[in-house]
Structures are given as structure tokens and as C-alpha cells.
Design a protein around this ligand. Sequence first.
Ligand code: PAF
Length: 285
Amino acid sequence: MQATMQLVETVNDLKKWRHAKSGRVGFVPTMGALHEGHMSLVRRARQECDSVIVSIFVNPLQFGPLEDLNKYPRPLEKDLELCRSESVDLVFHPSVEEMYTPGGSETTKVVPPTALTSKLCGTFRPGHFTGVATVVLKLFNMVEPTVAYFGEKDYQQLMVIRKMVADLNIPVEIVGVPTSRDKNGLALSSRNVYLNDEQRLLAPELHSILSKVKDETLNKGVSLKYSLARHRELIRQLPGTELQYLEACDADTLAELEEARLPMVILVAAKLGEVRLIDNLVVRE
Ligand code: PAF
């Protein structure tokens, strides 16, 4: 018979549970509003580990002052139901006060290297990756997982976490899981719920443009510079769309590429009205 899923809100209760466990502990950190993308991480953890912990915490430290912290979706009951349906063992759902001792922004922070954060999303979200690295390290120290699972949709985030784990000798294996998509190609994201009908029709264009850049530059001999410039223009012409970036980088270092070559990741961020969407396409041998 399957054990009941635990819901814990304090670090003490989490530690008690954790220290009674042996074997591989898989960890899926989330900000809730769970969807099939998160569930693919949970399923992977379930296959590879003896216990699975999901955290649900909307981390204020990674939101800028003008971003959507207050209106970020928080459908806790639905999230718990989804976790139960995938046989998660424990959900850690701390309050902001539990995670951050009084002092708020004065907390000690983990600052990832500028080479990784001064580009792409980092340009548009100053301080974001410091907020992410800080909360992920705190969660790792609380959960003590054997292995942690992150979606490749947040590719720059995944690179920042891999670098932090390597640089700070953190004993956690990091697994990147390919992006889950709607049938029309749209990358699944908690923010997709904000899209109106018209934006929902436009949003899959981002994925199709990534595929076109890949195809033109790797299969048809079109120069990377030309292909990116042309597709940036096409995105700018989509109604109500503000392009933030369309870039191609080395998939292992995130160094910007002058010419198409493997391993390559093509990354895009654009705002459809107020909704900021990101996506990427990784091409390896
Ligand atoms: O990817 C996310 O949902 C968040 O950035 C993470 C990793 C849970 C940290 O808050």
C-alpha cells in the first residue's frame, strides 16, 4: 500500500523526515503552479530515486521590484493533488519567514559569475540569478538531496546551478530534463495561464522560430548572424510582442556564437503584452 504524502512547512520537520530516510533522495524545487513540465521532473525523480521531495516556494529574492511576485499563481491544493498523483513522498512548503530570517534583502547571498549572468535573461532581470542561486543552495542544505532535477526550459538557470554546484563543491547531482511542450510547440510554463486567446495563438511562434534558425543555419548554410537578425525582425513584427533577445550560444558555456556549430543552444525571450515567455532549443551531436 502506498504511504501518504507528507506536507511540511518547517525546516525542523523536513530535517526530521529526511534524516530518517536512506537511499537516493530526489528533489524537485518549484515555485508551484505545477504543470506537466514539473511532473516530468517528478516522474524522472520517481524512476531514479527511493524518495522524492518537491518544494513549493515562491522565492521573493528572485523577483525584481516591477515583476509579478504578488500575482504569481499559487494554486496550492491543485499542486498537492498533482504531487499525490505522482506518488511524491514529501512536499516542503515553507513560508517566506521560514526561509529567510528577519533582515529580508540583507540575507547572505550566492552571487553567480557575471560571465553567466550578464547576458540573456540576466540583462532584463538584474539580481534574478543571485536570488535563484541563493534559494537553491538554501533548499539543498535543508533537503540534502542526492540528486536534483531542473527543467531545460530555464537553460541559463540550469547553467548557473551547475556552475554553483561545481564551484562550491555541493554534493548534489544535477539533472537537466528536456522541456515539455504543448502539441503546438509552446513550452509549458506557469506563466502561460496569463496568456489571452490571441496571445496563446502567437506564443508557439517562438518555438517555431527557434526551429527555423536551427534548420537554416545547420542544414541550409545560412549564416547565423543573418538568420538571427531576420528572425529577430519577424518576432518584432508579431502583434503586441516585445522581443528581449534571440541569441545562439555554446550549449556548454553560454558563450555567444559567431557561427553555427555544435553544441549550440538558441534562446529567446519575448513579452506578449505583459507576459514574459522564454524558450530555447539545444542542438548536440
Ligand atoms: O525554476 C524555478 O521554478 C525556480 O527558479 C526555482 C529553481 C524553484 C528557485 O526558486
